[in-house]
Ligand binder design. Structure first.
Ligand code: NAD
Ligand code: DAU
Length: 351
């Protein structure tokens, strides 16, 4: 039973869902959310749980070794769920070094702190590293990524995540650090930063702005509702086997252009627009450099070993996501205006 858990990147998209799930499901756990509050970190994502007695926020950088060591001393963590990362492929093409710093050095810094802090008693400890299906590279028209697929990262983002995965397994084999990795497909849902395809398209359609589709829109992604990813992380954290990796995905492949067309239909319906109105905003733009063609996860191991299955069909999840964005205009306004970055200082000055 883990009592004090460090969750990194808890102010981000997936991290905030994981923090909320753990804080609400396990009132007897102490959850410490460590986040540097980069452009992607937003404490408004956690407004509903910020005053819970089993929740603590710590602002800090995972690459800051003295700070991380002090944090381990202070809280005596017995579990780590590591999500903090630079996460956007397009940004990694513009600024690869930022990705190497946070994703590689930051992960190694956390691993090293855990190794030092746990070295005399590894029993009951767990370092859970949250990773991506992008480490496996790009698929052709057939086949799936399994846990046995060789790593073949092709973007600076995926190379940095692949490297961090290798360090996790190196620490497991070399120092017997109890570690687990999961590799998940594309997430969607509430609180998703509007630089990524689905929230960007929702935002642009709502504001009658062009919806940029890279290349011909023929790239394929395998989409999973973010709450289902958080549930999978909960399952793996509590029931997964140390030293293993688990693939997480929804068997839900969509060509980008088909996904955007479906989203346009939902948006027309929700906004009371005539059918076909939103689709007129679709604009084909220059392709992403090195754009991976297709991702598709085989999540059989997670299903067979640990009994996890996704809870939502994509059409239902996408509709719920659109509804969330349309009824949380303030969240989106704060993100697009930059006001969300003042939330932290406002909140903490009040205390
Ligand atoms: P995100 O960009 O929304 O959030 C990342 C969070 O990490 C932010 O709150 C940010 O402030 C924080 N952070 C960044 N650098 C930091 C640093 N140096 N120190 C401390 N905190 C820092 O990302 P996300 O989409 O929620 O992804 C979370 C994790 O899940 C990442 O590791 C990502 O690789 C992985 N993942 C994401 C997806 C997806 O579809 N979004 C799919 C599979 C795996
Ligand atoms: O597969 C998991 C990965 O999914 C995660 O590891 C990453 O952190 C996450 O960002 C996501 O990566 P993608 O590159 O697949 O997501 P993104 O939303 O940026 O793009 C989805 C697809 O849509 C991709 O084929 C590129 C395309 N695209 C994206 C944007 C932002 C467009 O056509 N237009 C756009 O404006």
């Amino acid at each position: 039973m883990h009592h004090t858990i460090l969750i990194t990147g808890g102010a981000g998209f997936i991290g905030s869902h994981v923090v909320r799930l753990f804080v609400n499901t396990y009132p007897h756990y102490q959850i410490v959310n460590l986040d540097a509050l980069t452009y992607a970190g937003n404490l408004e994502n956690l407004e509903d749980i910020q005053d819970k007695p089993n929740y603590i926020f710590e602002k800090g950088d995972i690459t800051d070794e003295p700070f991380i060591n002090k944090l381990f001393e202070k809280y005596k963590f017995d579990g780590v769920i590591h999500l903090a990362a630079e996460s956007h492929v397009d940004r990694s093409i513009m600024d690869p070094l930022a990705f190497i710093k946070t994703n590689v050095m930051g992960t190694a810094t956390l691993l090293n702190a855990a190794r030092q802090y746990w070295k005399d008693d590894m029993k009951g400890k767990l370092f859970y590293h949250v990773s991506t299906d992008e480490v496996y590279g790009s698929l052709g028209e057939e086949g799936f990524f399994t846990e046995e697929t060789c790593y073949d990262p092709r973007s600076p983002y995926s190379a940095s995540k692949a490297s961090s995965d290798h360090f996790v397994m190196a620490y497991y084999h070399t120092y017997h650090l109890p570690a687990i990795i999961s590799n998940c497909s594309n997430n969607y849902g509430s609180h998703h930063f509007p630089e990524k395809l689905i929230p960007l398209a929702i935002h642009n359609i709502k504001n009658n702005k062009p919806v940029p589709v890279y290349g011909k829109g023929e790239n394929i992604r395998d989409w999973l509702y973010v709450n289902d990813h958080a549930r999978a992380i909960d399952t793996i954290f509590h029931k997964g086997r140390v030293g293993e990796t688990y693939n997480i995905g929804g068997f839900n492949e969509w060509k980008n252009i088909d996904l955007i067309n479906l989203l346009c239909i939902i948006m027309d319906k929700k906004l009371g627009r005539a059918p076909g109105t939103s689709a007129q905003l679709i604009t084909f733009v220059k392709d992403r450099a090195g754009h991976d063609l297709r991702y598709a996860i085989d999540a059989t191991k997670l299903n067979k070993e640990l009994g996890w299955t996704p809870s939502l069909q994509f059409e239902e999840g996408l509709e719920k996501t659109v509804e969330w964005y349309l009824s949380n205009e303030q969240w989106l306004d704060h993100v697009t205006s930059g006001a969300y970055q003042e939330y932290y200082s406002d909140q903490y000055q009040k205390r």
